[in-house]
Design a binder for this molecule. Structure first.
Ligand SMILES: [Zn+2]
Ligand SMILES: [Zn+2]
Length: 330
């Protein structure tokens, strides 16, 4: 309970810091003799009000990304099976292999289960009743279940210890927004980065208009603008870097987690590092990223990609063989 309280406290402290910095910079630009102040002094309010509205909407967008479900794997999902539904309480063996082996026979695509399926593994015979399992199952490969939350983990999902959930198409846990970035909020996270890039650039431009040109006491007259520019410069560097990285990710259908930890991820092991099995093509990647709001069946994409890759390898082998044959004949 104490650790949960400290987590909540740190989350809200981080959010408070973000809001304080955003409002603080806005106030510095309004109080100093910037173009905003000059326009207010002349009775022109359109530019100052626009700037304030853009700043407030950036805070709203921040909280929207920070508080939304990033794509948590839930017990009620059609492609998620609780372990307790499958495991016989009197049996300590891992029945997941029973369940998964049945699906692997049907290539993991839409599977209509029979009412009663009898499976034999070694000397054991078990009865699985269809009322305990969904009739349509996908994302069941690779055969993994989360050791921390106990749910069947779809491909591309990962358990986040900070959020204590498995997250679909896990990208990373962002300490600044204090939330995971996953399948549901990755597009909003990208939008937030874009919005922040625009806002910070505009704010730096406004701050430059407010510097006093006094030769005697320049530092003390411009100290708040200097501090604001230092903070904004650092933030702009971070935000632009992240924006470029995540634009690359969305165009190529990568995730940060898969890129950094490729060697540790079971479904990417053995696949050439230059090949991304989830790549749908640039246009389709962008459309899926921004416009697809339901959980995506990445397992089907993965299987199709691997099947076509196997076919290509076979074609290459047969081409090489025919080339050898042709060379030996000539
Ligand atoms: Zn989990
Ligand atoms: Zn998280």
């Amino acid at each position: 309970m104490a650790s949960m309280r400290s987590i909540n406290l740190s989350v809200w402290c981080t959010r408070l810091v973000h809001v304080s910095i955003t409002i603080g910079i806005c106030l510095v630009l309004l109080i100093n003799n910037t173009v905003l102040r000059q326009q207010l002094n002349m009775g022109l309010v359109i530019l100052p009000i626009t700037y304030i509205l853009v700043t407030v909407s950036s805070i709203v967008l921040y909280f929207f990304v920070a508080c939304m479900d990033p794509g948590f794997v839930k017990k009620g999902d059609t492609d998620v099976i609780e372990i307790k539904l499958i495991v016989d309480e009197d049996d300590e063996s891992d029945d997941i292999s029973l369940y998964d082996s049945r699906h692997s026979l049907t290539n993991g695509y839409d599977v209509e289960l029979q009412n009663n399926v009898e499976e034999t593994v070694g000397e054991k015979t078990k009865m699985l009743n269809s009322k305990n399992v969904p009739t349509r199952c996908f994302n069941l490969e690779p055969h993994q279940r989360c050791g921390l939350c106990g749910l069947q983990r779809p491909i591309r999902a990962r358990h986040c210890r900070d959020c204590n959930h498995c997250v679909r198409k896990f990208d990373h846990h962002c300490p600044w927004i204090t939330n995971c970035v996953g399948e549901r909020n990755h597009r909003w996270f990208w939008t937030f980065l874009f919005y922040e890039t625009m806002l910070i650039s505009w704010s730096i431009y406004i701050s430059i208009t407010g510097y006093e040109s006094s030769k005697t006491d320049w530092v003390s007259q411009n100290i708040f603008l200097v501090l604001a520019d230092i903070v904004m410069g650092i933030l702009l560097l971070v935000v632009v870097s992240l924006f470029c990285i995540h634009t690359y990710m969305l165009v190529n259908n990568h995730t940060t987690w898969e890129t950094i930890s490729r060697h540790r991820i079971s479904y990417l092991k053995g696949i050439d590092s230059s090949r991304n099995p989830f790549d749908l093509g640039i246009c389709h990647n962008i459309a899926t990223f921004f416009c697809y709001f339901k959980p995506y069946d990445w397992n089907v994409v993965y299987k199709k990609s691997n099947d076509s890759s196997d076919t290509n390898v076979q074609l290459q082998i047969s081409e090489s063989l025919s080339e050898i044959h042709y060379t030996s004949e000539t």
